[in-house]
Design a protein around this ligand. Structure first.
Ligand code: HEC
Length: 143
């Protein structure tokens, strides 16, 4: 599990590096980042459900925090077509950025709790992170 999570974190960082090169479109980059983050989060939830050691979850939570901080940059204007991004992202970019910042905050707290080995705190904070995903999806992602 730990290896999978670390791999996800490394791949996530590698993906963000691609943004500076020509090649993948912003849609491919953001969807890849979202998939990697989703995998990280699934791994975190699996460890919590299995009542495993939460300390190694710090890196996955940090990767989520870092991705949340840069994710809005991969939603440039004119990239709605062919994706599930709703037009509301561009009519309300401030709200979208705030929704991403909420996720970043929640994931940052998750990383701190994991680092401290606080299993109960991690379990509670996982719900906050999940709520941050859902809140943004409800407002800005097509079904
Ligand atoms: C700030 C808004 C926002 C937050 C926060 C957010 N998402 Fe999303 N998510 C989106 C949008 C918008 C799309 C559609 C992107 C597209 O189709 O280009 C999406 C798409 C996805 C996808 C599909 C990617 C694909 O391959 O097409 C997954 C999986 C996903 N999100 C998981 C998550 C998880 C898990 C979280 C929380 C840990 C989360 N998201 C938090 C906005 C958000």
């Amino acid at each position: 599990m730990r290896k999978v999570l670390l791999l996800g974190a490394v791949a996530l960082l590698a993906t963000t590096g691609l943004a500076r090169a020509d090649g993948p479109s912003p849609i491919e980059i953001r969807q890849t980042g979202l998939d990697l983050m989703s995998g990280d989060f699934a791994g975190i939830r699996a460890v919590v459900a299995a009542k495993g050691d939460v300390k190694p979850l710090e890196s996955a939570a940090k990767a989520m925090q870092r991705w949340a901080a840069i994710m809005p940059a991969f939603f440039p204007a004119g990239t709605e077509a062919g994706s599930k991004a709703k037009a509301e992202i561009w009519t309300d970019m401030d709200g979208f950025k705030k929704a991403a910042a909420k996720l970043g905050e929640a994931a940052g707290k998750l990383a701190e709790l994991a680092k401290a080995g606080d299993a109960d705190g991690v379990a509670a904070q996982v719900k906050e992170v999940g709520a941050a995903c859902g809140a943004c999806h409800n407002a800005y992602k097509a079904k």
